[in-house]
Design a protein around this ligand. Structure first.
Ligand SMILES: Nc1ncnc2c1ncn2[C@@H]1O[C@H](COP(=O)(O)OP(=O)(O)OP(=O)(O)O)[C@@H](O)[C@H]1O
Ligand SMILES: [Mg+2]
Length: 389
C-alpha cells in the first residue's frame, strides 16, 4: 500500500492521480493520521508520499521518525525543486524529492527506488536473514574493458562451484545491455532481471526462484533483459535487493558484469564479498585493469577483496606476467591460457567446464573455487539454501 499524506483535497487527488500503480493507495490529510495508520499497517505499507501542502519541517521530522521505526520508502513532493530542500530531505532519510508535475517516468523510478530501499532494509531487519553465517557469498566478475573473458570466467566458475559443492549456484547477468549468459548456457529464459526488478517490492526468496532459469549443472541464471533498452530502467537499489535475495538462496552467486562501471554494477560491487578483475595480455587491457584497480581502491574496496585474473596469459605478444604485475602494482592471482576450445565451447553453448573438464582453461578457473566456497563439502550439509534437486 502507498500512503499519501496531503491536507488539501484537490492536491491530494492530483497526487493520487500521479501514482501509476496497481498497488492500493490510502489517503490521509495529516501527519497524525498517517502515524496512526502506520502503527497498524507498517508491514503492508511500501511507501509514504508527503504532500506539498504539509508543513515542511514537520514533514521532515516525521520522515526521520518513520525511518528509524519502519522499513518504508519516503517520497517528498515539493512546490519547487530547490537544492536546500533536497539536502534537508535527504538528511531526514527521504528517498527522493519530486514536484507535482514530474514526468510519469520520474514518478515510477522514484517509487521503485524508494520501495527497493525499503525492501532491502526489511530484509536486513529480518532476523533470519541478518545471521551472517547463513548468508551466501556474492562474487562479481568485472573489467572495464570489453571482450577480455569475463563471461567465460563467470560461467565456468559457476559450473565448477556447483559441481564441487554439490549445491545450486546463482548466476546473474548484469551486462544489462548486451548480456550473453543465456546463449553461453543454451538457455531460453522466460523471465529476466527486468521482470524481477518490476516486482522488487513484493519479492521474497521463494518468489525470486520463479525468475531464475535452471541449467542442468545446478547453476540458476537470472538472465539479462531480452530488450537492451529495458536495462536502463533497472535501478541499482533493486539490483541490490535482488542480490540479497539470491544470497539467501545460494551459498554462492556469481555476477557477470558489463565492461564499465554502471550504476547497477557499482551497487553490486558494494555488496560483493569478492571482486574478480579480469584482464587480458594486451596493453590497452592492462591499462584499463590498472585504472579499474585504482578506482576500486578509491571506492573503498580493499585489496583482499580483489582477485586479479589474467586471461590468455600465454599469448605471445611480447608481455611477461612479471612486467605486467610491476605495472599493475599487484600480483596476478590466476593466469588462464589461451585455447581455441573457448570460442568453440561458446558457439556450442556448452561451457568448457562441462564439455572439457580437463582443459587447462578449466583448471586455471578452478583455482578460484576454494577461495569462494572454502568449505564446499560442509556447506553441502546446510539445509536452508536452495538445495540441489
Ligand atoms: N582463454 C581464452 N582463449 C581463447 N579465447 C578466449 C579465451 N577467453 C575468452 N576468449 C574469447 O574472447 C571472446 C570474449 O570473451 P567473453 O565474452 O568471455 O568476454 P567478456 O569480457 O565477457 O566480453 P564483454 O565485455 O563483451 O561481455 C569470446 O569470443 C571468447 O571465445
Ligand atoms: Mg560478457
Amino acid at each position: 500500500m502507498i500512503l499519501v499524506i496531503e491536507p488539501d483535497p484537490s492536491t491530494r487527488a492530483a497526487l493520487v492521480h500521479r501514482l501509476p500503480e496497481p498497488e492500493p493507495i490510502s489517503e490521509v490529510d495529516s501527519l497524525e493520521e498517517a502515524d496512526e495508520t502506520l502503527q497498524r499497517l507498517a508491514d503492508s505499507t511500501s511507501c509514504l508520499v508527503l504532500g506539498p501542502s504539509l508543513d515542511r519541517a514537520g514533514a521532515l521530522t516525521f520522515a526521520e521518525k518513520v525511518g528509524q521505526r519502519d522499513a518504508v520508502g519516503v517520497l517528498l513532493v515539493a512546490q519547487e525543486l530547490e537544492s536546500a530542500v533536497l539536502r534537508e530531505a535527504l538528511r531526514a532519510g527521504v528517498d527522493d524529492v519530486l514536484t507535482l508535475d514530474a514526468a510519469p517516468g520520474e514518478w515510477d523510478e522514484s517509487l521503485a527506488r524508494a520501495r527497493g530501499r525499503a525492501a532491502t532494509e526489511r530484509g536486513h531487519r529480518r532476523p533470519e536473514v541478518a545471521e551472517d553465517t547463513e548468508r551466501g557469498r556474492l562474487v562479481s566478475v568485472f573489467s572495464t574493458k570489453g571482450g577480455c573473458g569475463k563471461s567465460v570466467v563467470a560461467t565456468n566458475l559457476a559450473l565448477l562451484a556447483a559441481e564441487r559443492s554439490k549445491q545450486n549456484v546463482g548466476l546473474i547477468d548484469l551486462d544489462l545491455q548486451s548480456g550473453d549468459m543465456a546463449i553461453m548456457l543454451q538457455l531460453m529464459p522466460a523471465l529476466s532481471i527486468y521482470d524481477a526488478s518490476q516486482s522488487v517490492s513484493h519479492l521474497d526468496a521463494e518468489a525470486m526462484q520463479g525468475y531464475l532459469t535452471p541449467h542442468a549443472s545446478g547453476v540458476h541464471l537470472l538472465a539479462a533483459p531480452m530488450e537492451p533498452s529495458l536495462g536502463e530502467q533497472i535501478t541499482a537499489t533493486s539490483i541490490q535487493t535482488i542480490l540479497e535475495l539470491l544470497r539467501s538462496l545460494f551459498p554462492l552467486t556469481i555476477i557477470d558484469g558489463p565492461p564499465l562501471f554502471t550504476d547497477q554494477m557499482l551497487g553490486a560491487l558494494d555488496i560483493s564479498d569478492e571482486i574478480i578483475l579480469v584482464g587480458s595480455m594486451d596493453v590497452p587491457s592492462i591499462k584499463s585493469l590498472k585504472m579499474a584497480i585504482q578506482t576500486l581502491k578509491q571506492l573503498g574496496h580493499s585489496r583482499e577483496k580483489l582477485r586479479v585474473v589474467m586471461n590468455r596469459a600465454d599469448s605471445k605478444v611480447g608481455l611477461r606476467a612479471a612486467e605486467v604485475e610491476k605495472s599493475l602494482g599487484v600480483e596476478i592471482d590466476v593466469q588462464i591460457p589461451s585455447s581455441r576450445d573457448v570460442p568453440l565451447s561458446i558457439n556450442q553453448g556448452i561451457p568448457l567446464a562441462a564439455s572439457r573438464p580437463k582443459s587447462p582453461v578449466v583448471g586455471a578457473i578452478g583455482e578460484l573455487v576454494p577461495d569462494l566456497i572454502p568449505q564446499a563439502d560442509e556447506q553441502g550439509e546446510r539445509g536452508r539454501f536452495f538445495r540441489r534437486r
